[in-house]
Design a protein around this ligand. Structure first.
Ligand code: ATR
Length: 279
């Protein structure tokens, strides 16, 4: 039998990630001799992430996914970076090709694929994005690339403004607005066609919500939470008559795109979805 090929996920903490389960199920079902492993890498000392990435190369890994909090820092450690990852300012997929570290971002197309799967074409949509962190960067880029206009609300407003500035290098600044993360802005912009939560509110505390529940959603609106379980935000959206979508589909699609980059094979999207459900 040929030598097993290794991929994995770099993050901190990372043991909650569903990616190993999803990818290993797909590798097994397709009979591919790959294994996907957890790669916990702490944030301190700062040099650790560089050592870890060089270690992947030394250990003959095919590549890796990268998650919080390393997606931005890892970009500068790549030998090559795709145009998309460069514009987003974050790498979530590394492919080691001919000894070179190539950085990609599959979060943005993964998010768009899932919207399309739900019958939502971003073209011409007015979208409200909650948060301005690493995930928001990818979501905003994907939406603008596919013809939407966006408003970003973030607790630290300077980060939203910084994100607008970065995105304005690839898209018209007229398509991007920023506002404070407060009830007044939610009321003003809450009628958007699509509301996307990219903040971590609701991730650990299921009752916590980024939304002011005095402001109802309405039928015809779509509320998308990147967190991949039912959250208070999605419950409230459903109660208001809006369509509620969690981040499970995005997880699958970003993973499927990474799978194709590593293996050169068409990714088995449905099998990867099934992989998340097996116990
Ligand atoms: P990710 O890569 O998942 O986006 P991140 O870059 O750490 O993670 O971003 C987390 C986002 O959630 C940020 O927009 C953060 O707001 P700040 O920029 O002000 O930190 C937002 N966030 C986290 N906890 C929050 C809270 N309690 N209230 C409001 N926003 C919060």
């Amino acid at each position: 039998m040929s030598q097993e090929k290794l991929v994995g996920i770099i993050g901190w903490p990372v043991t909650h990630s569903l990616s190993p389960k999803m990818h290993n199920y797909a590798f097994k079902t397709l009979g591919l001799n790959y294994r996907y492993v957890f790669l916990p890498v702490d944030t301190a000392p700062e040099s650790l992430i560089k050592d870890a990435v060089l270690g992947l190369k030394a250990l003959g890994f095919v590549g890796a996914n990268v998650t919080v909090p390393h997606k931005e820092a890892i970009l500068g450690l790549m030998d090559q970076v795709s145009d998309e990852a460069l514009a987003i300012g974050a790498v979530n997929t590394i492919f080691i090709k001919d000894g070179k570290l190539c950085g990609h971002n599959t979060d943005a197309p993964g998010f768009i694929c899932d919207l399309l799967d739900h019958g939502i074409d971003p073209r011409g949509l007015n979208v409200l994005i909650l948060g301005a962190g690493g995930s928001a960067r990818a979501v905003a880029y994907g939406l603008l690339k596919h013809g939407a206009q966006i408003t970003i609300l973030n607790r630290t407003e300077s980060k939203a403004i910084e994100l607008k500035k970065a995105l304005s290098e690839s898209f018209s600044a007229d398509l991007i607005k920023c506002a404070a993360f407060d009830s007044e802005s939610m009321r003003k912009h809450g009628q958007a066609d699509l509301i996307v939560n990219t903040t971590s509110i609701g991730l650990l505390d299921q009752k916590a919500t980024p939304w002011d529940e005095k402001i109802p959603f309405k039928e015809g609106q779509v509320v998308y939470d990147l967190i991949y379980k039912k959250t208070q935000l999605l419950d409230f959206a459903e109660q208001s008559g809006a369509k509620a979508i969690n981040g499970l589909g995005m997880l699958v699609h970003q993973g499927a795109l990474a799978f194709s980059i590593w293996t050169g094979e068409k990714a088995p999207v449905d099998i990867m979805k099934d992989g998340l459900l097996v116990s």
